[in-house]
Structures are given as C-alpha cells and as structure tokens.
Design a protein around this ligand. Sequence first.
Ligand SMILES: [Zn+2]
Length: 270
Amino acid sequence: MCATLDLPKSGVVLDTRGVLTPSDFLAALRARGATRLAAVRFRNNRSTVWSLTQRGTVLNVHAAFREAPPGLLDAFATLAAEGGIGSRQSRRAAAAISGWPRLKEAIDDARRAHEGRRTAGQADGPCCATPGQRAYVLALYRYFNHTRFDGRLPSDIPVRLSRRMTSALGHMRPGSDDAGQRRVSEIALNVDLMLEGNGAERADTLLHEMAHAADYIESGHRGHGSSWRAWAHRVGCRATTLLDRPVHYRGRRDQAVTRVPPLPPALLEL
Ligand SMILES: [Zn+2]
C-alpha cells in the first residue's frame, strides 16, 4: 500500500481499461486452463514479481499486473497450470512477465519513492480532490491523529488525492526541511478510495500511511519493518502490504471521481 507505484507523468498513455481485481485475475487464469489455482493475491512491494505458494494453488503477483494485458494473462496461466518453471514454454512466459515495461516503471518508481526526495514540499502530481473531498480527507486525518496517534503527527501534512495511481492505494513521501529535520512531504491516497464500498480500505490506507509518517518522523524508518508494524498495531490498521480485499475502481481511467463519502458531523469540528 505504501509502495508509491504511481506511474511517471510523462510518456504514459492512460487507457480506458479497468483494472483487475484478484478474483477477476483468478477467473481469467482459470478460464485459460490454470484450474489448480485457488487464489490470486496482489503484492505491492519492490521485490515480488510473482510466486506460486501453497503447492501451486496461490499465485502472488505484483500489483502492477492488475492492468495486465491478455497476452500476459496467457503467460501467467501457463506458469500456474504448470506450477512453476519447468518447460521452455513456461520459461518464455516468465520472461515475458518480468520484461513487461509497466512492471519496471512501477518498481523503479517505488524504489525512488522509498529512497525519498530531499526537497521539501515536492509533489509528483496534482491533487485531484474537489473542495468537498479535501475537507473530508483533512477531517479524517485530523480525527485519526487525535484519536489514534495522540496528536503526535503534524496537523499540516498535505494529504492529497491522486488519480494517476494505478497499482497503489496510497503513499507517504518522506522529506526534510532546510535544517535537515525529517518532515513528511505528503500523504497521497488513490482517488478510487472515495468510491462507494471502499470505506474500510479508505480508513485502513490512511492509517497505514499515517503510520509511515509517524514511523518516519520518530525513527527515520521508511519501510514495513518492526517499528512500522508497531505503529500499525497501535493505531489499528492491518500490518501488511497484502492487498487481498476487494477494492472498487472507477470503470474508466479518465473518469472523474467526485464523490465525497458521508462523514459524521462531529468529525468536521475537530
Ligand atoms: Zn506501506
């Protein structure tokens, strides 16, 4: 979730395909003959491209493959049907998968974001939030800071919504001020989280990124190590990067998401 797999602004042609859920992905592979497969899990980290676990019945794939074209689904089906790499055909499939240009972009971008950017206040994309959405995320941020973090986070971390994220639900961008003190440049959330039905994932993602912010400010750590997990347990978000719950995505990439989820009035007054 933190993996900041935001694709670079230039050179990316946004298409109008939807993105696949784990169950879409599974159904597509089973329809292609990978019938022993029982589950697909999207992983959002820098190291997993794909792996087969639980005796070949669970396929873990990098979340960038949510947008895999049909040819790559064929390749995944070959691997899953075979249970790994044994034949020439499956080796060719594995090479096609790891050579997919979008995967490289996603991994490179995640690495850059994890390394952090020294310049304070640098953002990698515009905020697409409507004024109502901006008020909503700010209210939620303040509420969680107050109720889960004992107010230990700064009140002025920019929280923006991104419509360019494809494989990630959110990220925390670490930075530093002129004096070299650690500060959080921004927290960004995928605008799709504002859609109806995403309430649990919306709250969990914001807490996940706020836990990164607290961990970074207090310890300087940026990953999902023990200090981040301690924050995650403390504030009540899932201490994992596994994306295995259904998330609703907008049907077309160029569609605007303007929905403001309902917020209890009390939160607006914090
Ligand atoms: Zn994370």
